[in-house]
Ligand binder design. Structure first.
Ligand SMILES: NC(=O)c1ccc[n+]([C@@H]2O[C@H](COP(=O)([O-])OP(=O)(O)OC[C@H]3O[C@@H](n4cnc5c(N)ncnc54)[C@H](OP(=O)(O)O)[C@@H]3O)[C@@H](O)[C@H]2O)c1
Length: 332
């Protein structure tokens, strides 16, 4: 091989890399980057490809973190709590850990970009169907999770001394996801549940499309110090989304609508029943705040313009891939 053909493979280090989004990132990006997966001791690594470079970490061990970051080019921070019982838990993981990583980022000279996986929840819902949220709009998070993500974003903007990029994905589905899995499981039992009777509209993104979008920001000067929403093409009501799942599963479900006033009692009872559990129940009072938003819609104009990114949507094909994966893994 001629010496000039030897190219340097950029080094990426990913927090939360055993999670749904983190593992999809790590598994896909390892083709083009030297990827290091940061995983907490004892965590489940089933979603990660075999032979991937895993480093076990205790985020309280400053020395080890500094050592692992040394020589890395890009840090992608996906680790987060998406559900928690108390604000303090959101604060510790979503805000304080981000702040700590920003301090390490500033101190590690090899690192050139900090990519933060935030959430649409940081911005809050749109006012109506024809006015999707823009990145430049004022943020009105409605949940504690959303607030914690927004505060983390603000910390990054304030404290990072080098380029950062913030990505705010909408609801992500695909292989490895445990949230939409619940819909698939219920539909298998010929049931689908909806909150209230009014149509609510959402954007969704397939996890592999999200990976592609994020990859377009890596080492991309146009993405430095910018915030982007990440969404697929479609605007769907949750009923339409469920209908698509029914189609790919070739199943018909009974559609049950739970009146919004009943939901609060259900959430309260669920919270009481899980009082000794570490994780909050799926239906909790925070979730109700989210359900109240009718238009979880964001604009994709900025990603199209700056990153030249747009998904080619055939949501049915993407749901088919997801369904097949759930079946192959025995999740369904
Ligand atoms: N999934 C979505 O629809 C969606 C939408 C918008 C934004 N996001 C964002 O995408 C990112 C990944 O979400 P996800 O859906 O992949 O969630 P996930 O599957 O629950 O993964 C979360 C990751 O964070 C790690 N983590 C949790 N608590 C931690 C702690 N105390 N210290 C260090 N690491 C901790 C987990 O590690 P352990 O396994 O060790 O707990 C796991 O690797 C998050 O930042 C989330 O806010 C997700």
């Amino acid at each position: 091989m001629c010496f000039s053909e030897v190219t340097y493979m950029q080094k990426l280090i990913i927090t939360g890399s055993n999670g749904f989004v983190g593992s999809a990132l790590a598994n896909n990006l390892k083709e083009n980057y030297e990827v290091t997966c940061l995983v907490r001791h004892g965590s489940n690594i089933n979603l990660l490809s075999k032979n991937i470079n895993i480093k076990y970490i205790d985020y309280n061990n400053t020395e080890v973190i500094m050592e692992l970051l040394l020589g890395q080019d890009v840090l992608i921070h996906t680790a987060a709590l998406t559900r928690a019982k108390r604000w303090q838990q959101f604060k510790q993981i979503n805000i304080d850990l981000t702040e700590k990583l920003i301090e390490f980022y500033n101190k590690t000279s090899s690192l050139k970009q900090f990519i933060f996986i935030s959430s649409q929840a940081a911005a809050g819902p749109a006012p109506d169907k024809s006015t999707p949220k823009l990145e430049s709009d004022k943020c009105h998070p409605v949940t504690r999770y959303g607030k914690s993500k927004l505060l983390a974003e603000n910390l990054i903007k304030e404290k990072a001394k080098k380029p950062w990029t913030i990505i705010r994905p909408v609801s992500v589905f695909g292989p490895g996801d445990k949230d939409f899995l619940q819909y698939f499981r219920l539909i298998k039992k010929h049931l689908a549940m909806f909150i209230g009777f009014r149509q609510k509209y959402y954007n969704f993104i397939f996890v592999e499309d999200l990976v592609e979008m994020i990859s377009k920001t890596i080492n991309n000067g146009k993405a430095y110090n910018e915030t982007f929403f990440a969404r697929g093409t479609d605007v769907l009501s949750i009923q339409q989304f469920v209908h698509n799942i029914e189609n790919v599963m070739n199943a018909k479900a009974l559609h049950l609508h739970i009146p919004q006033f009943l939901l609060y009692s259900i959430a309260l009872v669920s919270e009481i029943l899980t009082v000794f559990s570490h994780r909050p129940p799926i239906v909790n009072r925070e979730k109700i705040k989210e359900f109240k938003g009718e238009y979880w819609l964001v604009s994709n104009k900025k990603t199209k313009k700056i990153l030249d990114f747009e998904t080619t949507e055939n949501i049915l094909d993407k749901l088919k891939i997801t369904y097949q994966w759930y079946k192959d893994k025995g999740w369904i």
